[in-house]
Design a binder for this molecule. Structure first.
Ligand SMILES: NC(=O)c1ccc[n+]([C@@H]2O[C@H](COP(=O)([O-])OP(=O)(O)OC[C@H]3O[C@@H](n4cnc5c(N)ncnc54)[C@H](OP(=O)(O)O)[C@@H]3O)[C@@H](O)[C@H]2O)c1
Length: 331
């Protein structure tokens, strides 16, 4: 291919941001980098921010968003990779200030590129994408903190979103009693089909409560919300419990006391899927290819094409998306 298609976002007058499909010339690799033919990408909350002009994510436009990409190496200037290798790229600067995966080609440093483990298809790696990697990192840290199914229920907030739905599926598969918190109670049956034991309304956790401690309800939690939701989750952990905090869809701010930490010994575990070493990303991909292989993976995502991105990005930004969107770039 001497040219390839990309979804490029431009800044229009009055700070409006508009995305359209454009044709670009084939890339050449720079020293230490690879050109990858992208077969699949996926849509994450950060992509919706980038596509809507969030300067906290993307400083300059025109820009091609897409923090995830899976595909085949076209040309390599790194001896660890050769043409045809199947690879996954997530995070680092991809789709932020480096042209991202909403395109049929990317050019990235070899140090960002994970090899697709056998047992995982390129498409399934993007059903997971950054959301799945993040859910996997949350579960990995919770397991390492000593959480077991015998210790009690595990809460997942934002349960119908990308991180939330994969966390629900994975924890249920690992034998945990999962309580899903959602703003979309209409999706309860879908969550229960993934093995979730109980579905609760998002509102129960989103209101400020002056009490420093709440009833000990959960042995562990995966939280995508931050803000008041995370504070209420911390107050509701049982003695020695842990919460993996990865998101801020409620708020980045927290108004909390130290009492749950010093009276119940609970743990707040921070999760970053972007800058963590490639070897850790590779380890989580290998788990998803093996013992964490999700039986329900086909039901977690809808496949879309480039022309559908504007409407899907809008839905994700509004918090209205359910599950994952895989972008098929092979056409
Ligand atoms: N730390 C990391 O490395 C990392 C990696 C990936 C994502 N993240 C962050 O994690 C969060 C979730 O990402 P995602 O890709 O899963 O996004 P997503 O697919 O858009 O899902 C977010 C979900 O959060 C719920 N939600 C929306 N507004 C909420 C509110 N005000 N309070 C509580 N819940 C709300 C909704 O689910 P319900 O309707 O079911 O409640 C929504 O579907 C984002 O903040 C993202 O930036 C962080």
């Amino acid at each position: 291919m001497n040219t390839y298609k990309a979804f490029e976002v431009r800044e229009e007058p009055e700070k409006k941001f508009q995305g359209s499909i454009v044709e670009k010339s084939r890339m050449e690799p720079e020293e230490g980098s690879l050109v990858i033919e992208v077969c699949y990408s996926s849509v994450n909350y950060k992509d919706a921010l980038s596509a809507s002009g969030s300067k906290a994510v993307t400083r300059e436009y025109p820009h091609v968003p897409g923090i995830d990409a899976a595909g085949k190496v076209l040309t390599s200037s790194d001896p660890n990779f050769e043409a045809g290798d199947e690879v996954i790229v997530t995070g680092y600067d991809l789709g932020m200030n480096t042209a991202g995966g909403f395109a049929q080609q990317i050019c990235v440093p070899a140090t960002w590129v994970a090899k697709l483990p056998s047992g995982l298809s390129l498409r399934d790696s993007m059903v997971l994408g950054t959301a799945g990697l993040t859910a996997g990192l949350c579960v990995d840290k919770l397991l390492k903190s000593g959480v077991t199914p015998e210790r009690g229920k595990v809460l997942v907030t934002g349960a119908t979103g990308g991180v939330g739905i994969i966390a629900c599926a994975l924890l249920s598969m690992l034998g945990f009693d999962v309580v899903a918190s959602t703003g979309k109670l209409s999706e309860s049956e879908r969550l229960k089909a993934l093995g979730v034991a109980e579905v609760v309304s998002r509102e129960a956790l989103s209101e400020e409560n002056p009490r420093p401690l709440l009833k000990e309800s959960y042995a562990a939690a995966v939280d995508v919300a931050g803000g008041t939701t995370l504070v209420n989750v911390i107050k509701s952990l049982s003695y020695g419990g842990s919460v993996a905090a990865c998101g801020l869809v409620d708020s980045p701010a927290m108004n909390a006391t130290v009492l749950p930490f010093i009276l119940r010994g609970v743990n707040l575990l921070g999760i970053d899927s972007v800058e963590l070493p490639l070897s850790k990303k590779q380890e989580i991909w290998s788990l998803f290819a093996g013992e964490w292989s999700l039986t329900a993976i086909d039901s977690l995502a809808e496949t879309i094409v480039l022309a559908e991105l504007p409407s899907v990005l809008k839905k994700v930004l509004a918090g209205g998306a359910v599950g994952r969107y895989v972008l098929d770039l092979r056409a």
